[in-house]
Design a protein around this ligand. Structure first.
Ligand code: MGD
Ligand code: MGD
Ligand code: MO
Length: 821
């Protein structure tokens, strides 16, 4: 299973190392343009999953398919019809019965109440009055509009920003810091290399294809995660992995799960399966082997890194009497000594790119894995060389697709009178209207501890006293850990408002619910490719708004009118939807002109019903991350205190945090296989191939993966046998935090001792038993911060028990509207 044999590696050690056959793909083939014209009557639109062609018949969206040629299937592109036409949609403005009865002293329990249909005007008036009452009584800090989530892409209909724009106009709000995705890595990496790394252009895909000899996929599943992008997926990442597979290069995948990516590579990759949460130990075993064999690059370490000696003392056991050699590591991570030594050998004898995903930093002590991998890359001495070093965004938003010369779209801003100049991830920006902000995954902790101080990245911050929450464009009851604890904390609020398309668990726990359009029911624009800006695409409306749904833009413009006469005009800056798109496009056109990319005028572009392709830039195609630093570490010093790669950080040492020491450190997690009781299994919650988080859980595509109409749980054959479980069985998965019913999928493709329920399954509590009938994994996860350095989401840190369910099947009701709707 996870044995690696020398035979499998094209290049083993030292003397036998010869030149690799290189698939000479440079530049990446520029994909032929879709040029069938649109005589088929299809409408070009786009979403996170790419550029799409939509087909409408008799007032119904009947298909969405990829508009750009592609070799690897993207499961998500066909979900359009389900997104628009589903019984899970919210049709009308709705108010929770017990809230409507007495908004200032609400009755009933959120999550258990029924709903009452109201008119738009009634809903607006109620939300407006109660919002202003709370604002007046407690101040702007009491209103949380952090509203994290993967709402639809598009530069105008940007749900969270539109909410924050309204809240800024109303006088400010409490917001959030960071994101769930890379909470730990984005805080640790600036201390290590002076930049966040997780959202940056990587050494390009063409350079990797030309120069890397060994590519390591460390805890990453790009065949899934590249199905989407923050803007719209350009598809080049999937194409790259297709080319990598064909290239014959040595590919090593380190993952407790035989992921879709590992299946995709088949015999062209080696699978190594450590226990989850033990990669730091594995990395140390490799690092120790390098030192033992004198294979670490001392010249590189001397010239480009800071504090290696302290780390080396730790590695060799000088500082704590524990030698972190391969034997020590093997015991912890469950990878054999031989394999660990072989990895050290292969890495040091070849041009090796250590690519890593993010699941392993969404864990307790999640700062450590990426710090350790960076340290390992530094010891190998290949950082800044073509095809060597490390890269933490090859699996996300096509991070290795070279930047084009492009006209770049701005996007709507939370501040009236300005536009945001970045179209990429805006998670890190702190908006003007924000009066307090806390790390995004600390929401339950904040609700439980108003006014309490806590540590964050060396600062002492204070939680606001939140009385009102407005969620717009996120699935917080699905994305947050320990759902039952969240549900309890939610009862403390005076008001919970949700702007949603569907009756999600969040909507079913709200007091006021606004029905929102899908992206297929409005017009927008998007860049295609977060880093590449490969295209600019229209996101055309293909169908009329369903039932009474309105866009977030309309909703907040209308609510602004209630703030003061003329408020709508101010909110909209006098522009309607198409006028905004025209405005954004003109700015893109001007920026295109600066780099000699002539773009057609807006009306022509819009009529064309086609994406606009930007210009290939050969110099960008050759981009090598950290090459300038390698060339001149003084002139191009990193943004760390030493200007070098910090293997030891005095800054972090000065914070004195027990859960984040000053160099990469192995710390035993609270809940992991290493301390599991005989009947406990480690729960992994990887991202699904069939969803974007919770989105599309209700869609037709569900039939392709659901088991007994429940979320599957992957369980190893040995563990299944031990617990008397067969494929297709309904199982109860539980711990002290909660319980869910899932459908067993017995497999050899997961490390024994671990199970996986993919994140994003909607919570769906049986009112009598309190058991989640759909298999939502966050009902089981531990809600702790990665550490007090980052306070990052640590979802992958939980132990569970499992048994065959012999009770009533408890039909999944997750996608049914609540009573009264
Ligand atoms: N256990 C576990 N939990 C996790 C993770 C994990 O790995 N394991 N991963 C975490 C990560 S990385 C992330 S990013 C989060 C994701 O968490 P979210 O981003 O919150 O998840 P989504 O399901 O994408 O939620 C988006 C919601 O926005 C709604 N929506 C879409 N378009 C619009 C719109 O135009 N307007 C409005 N108002 N609403 C709209 C959708 O219907 C959907 O309910 O989950 C985190 N949670
Ligand atoms: N189809 C699809 N694509 C997506 C998303 C989606 O929901 N669906 N979500 C998007 C978002 S917001 C994000 S943040 C990214 C998420 O990107 P990632 O965070 O990288 O995705 P995950 O699936 O959580 O984890 C990637 C791999 O890491 C493995 N893994 C988990 N724990 C460990 C560990 O301890 N050690 C090792 N070695 N491996 C481990 C998992 O088995 C999985 O195969 O994906 C994005 N792309
Ligand atoms: Mo994410």
């Amino acid at each position: 299973m996870s044995n690696i044999s020398r035979r499998k590696f094209l290049k083993g050690s030292g003397a036998t190392a010869g030149a690799m056959a290189i698939a000479s793909i440079l530049p990446m083939p520029v994909m032929a343009k879709y040029d069938i014209g649109r005589s088929d009557g299809k409408i070009l639109t786009a979403g996170r999953m790419g550029v799409l062609l939509a087909e409408v018949k008799d007032g119904k969206l009947v298909s969405t398919t990829n508009a750009l040629p592609q070799t690897v299937v993207n499961h998500l592109q066909s979900t359009g019809p389900s997104q628009v036409h589903t019984k899970a949609r919210i049709k009308h403005p709705m108010v929770r019965k017990g809230y409507l009865a007495n908004p200032e002293n609400p009755q009933g329990i959120r999550g258990k109440d029924e709903y009452v249909r109201v008119s738009w005007e009634q809903a607006y008036q109620l939300a407006h009055e109660q919002h202003l009452r709370i604002r007046e009584q407690y101040g702007a800090e009491a209103i949380f509009a952090g509203s994290y989530g993967w709402h639809s892409s598009g530069v105008l209909h940007d749900a969270r920003t539109l909410l924050q724009r309204y809240m800024e106009l109303a006088g400010g709000y409490s917001g959030s810091l960071g994101d769930y995705s890379t909470g730990a890595a984005q805080i640790i990496m600036p201390h290590v290399v002076g930049s966040i790394e997780v959202y940056e252009q990587q050494t390009t895909y063409p350079v990797v294809l030309e120069h890397s000899e060994v590519v390591v996929l460390w805890g990453m599943n790009p065949i899934n995660t590249l199905e989407i992008a923050w803007t719209a997926a350009d598809g080049q990442g999937l194409e790259f992995f297709h080319q990598l597979k064909k290239s014959g290069k040595t590919v090593i995948a380190i993952d407790p799960i035989r992921s879709e990516t590992i299946d995709f590579f088949g015999d062209n990759a080696q699978w190594i399966a450590p226990h989850p949460m033990t990669d730091v130990a594995l990395g140390m075993g490799i690092a120790h082997t390098l030192v033992k064999n004198n294979k670490h690059d001392t010249a590189f370490i001397e010239k480009y890194t800071h504090g290696f000696d302290k780390f080396k003392d730790y590695l060799l056991g000088v500082s704590d009497d524990v030698v972190k050699d391969a034997a020590w590591a093997a015991k912890i991570c469950g990878v054999s000594v031989k394999q660990i030594e072989l990895l050290a050998d292969i890495f040091s004898n070849n041009r090796t790119m250590l690519m890593a995903g993010w699941g392993m930093q969404r864990q307790q002590y999640g700062e450590q894995p990426h710090w350790m991998i960076t340290t390992l890359a530094a010891m190998l001495g290949q950082i800044g060389l073509p095809g060597g070093g490390f890269g933490f965004s090859y699996h996300y938003s096509n991070g290795g697709n070279p930047a084009r010369d492009a006209g770049i779209l701005p996007s709507i801003s939370s501040t009236i009178g300005s536009v945001s100049d970045t179209n990429g991830s805006s998670w890190l920006s702190k908006n003007k209207g924000v009066v307090n902000a806390f790390p995004v995954a600390r929401i339950t902790e904040a609700l439980e501890n108003p006014g309490q101080q806590y540590q964050h990245n060396g600062q002492t911050l204070t939680f606001p006293d939140i009385k009102m929450v407005w969620w717009c464009g996120g699935g917080n009851f699905t994305h947050h850990q320990d759902t039952n604890r969240l549900v309890r904390a939610w009862q403390n609020l005076e008001l919970s408002v949700v702007s949603e398309i569907y009756w999600t668990a969040a909507a079913k726990h709200a007091d006021i619910v606004f029905p929102i359009t899908t992206s297929f029911e409005r017009n927008d624009l998007t860049m295609v490719g977060d880093y590449s800006s490969q295209y600019l695409a229209p996101m055309k409306q293909v169908i009329a708004p369903q039932a009474e749904a309105k866009s977030d833009f309309e909703v907040f413009a209308d609510l602004s009118e209630k703030l003061f006469a003329g408020g709508s005009e101010v909110y909209r800056e006098g522009r309607d939807e198409m006028e905004w798109l025209n405005h954004f496009y003109k700015i893109a056109q001007a920026s295109g002109r600066n780099v000699r990319v002539p773009m057609p005028n807006f009306s022509h572009f819009w009529k064309q019903n086609q994406e606009f392709e930007m210009t290939w830039n050969e110099k960008n195609a050759q981009f090598v991350r950290f090459a300038d630093f390698r060339e001149n570490p003084v002139l191009n010093a990193l943004g760390t205190p030493s200007g070098k790669i910090e293997i030891y950080s005095e800054t972090i040492a000065s914070y004195n945090l027990p859960d984040c020491p000053a160099h990469p450190t192995w710390m035993e997690p609270t809940e992991y296989t290493g301390n599991a009781k005989a009947d406990e299994l480690q729960l992994m919650t990887a991202h699904s191939a069939y969803r974007l988080h919770s989105q599309f859980n209700y869609a037709d595509i569900r039939k392709e993966y659901a088991i007994a109409n429940k979320e599957p749980i992957l369980i190893h054959e040995q563990d299944a046998q031990k617990h008397g479980i067969n494929s297709g069985d309904i199982v109860r998965v539980f711990n002290q935090r909660g319980q869910v019913l899932a459908g067993a999928q017995v497999t050899s493709g997961i490390k024994p001792g671990s199970v996986c329920i993919h994140e994003g399954a909607w919570p769906d509590f049986d009112p009598q038993l309190g058991i989640c009938r759909n298999g939502g994994p966050n009902v089981l996860t531990l809600d702790i911060p990665a550490s007090r350095l980052s306070n990052g989401c640590a979802a992958n840190s939980s132990l569970v028990k499992i048994e065959k369910w012999t009770g009533n099947a408890l039909e999944t009701q997750a996608f049914e509207p609540p009573l009264g709707a």
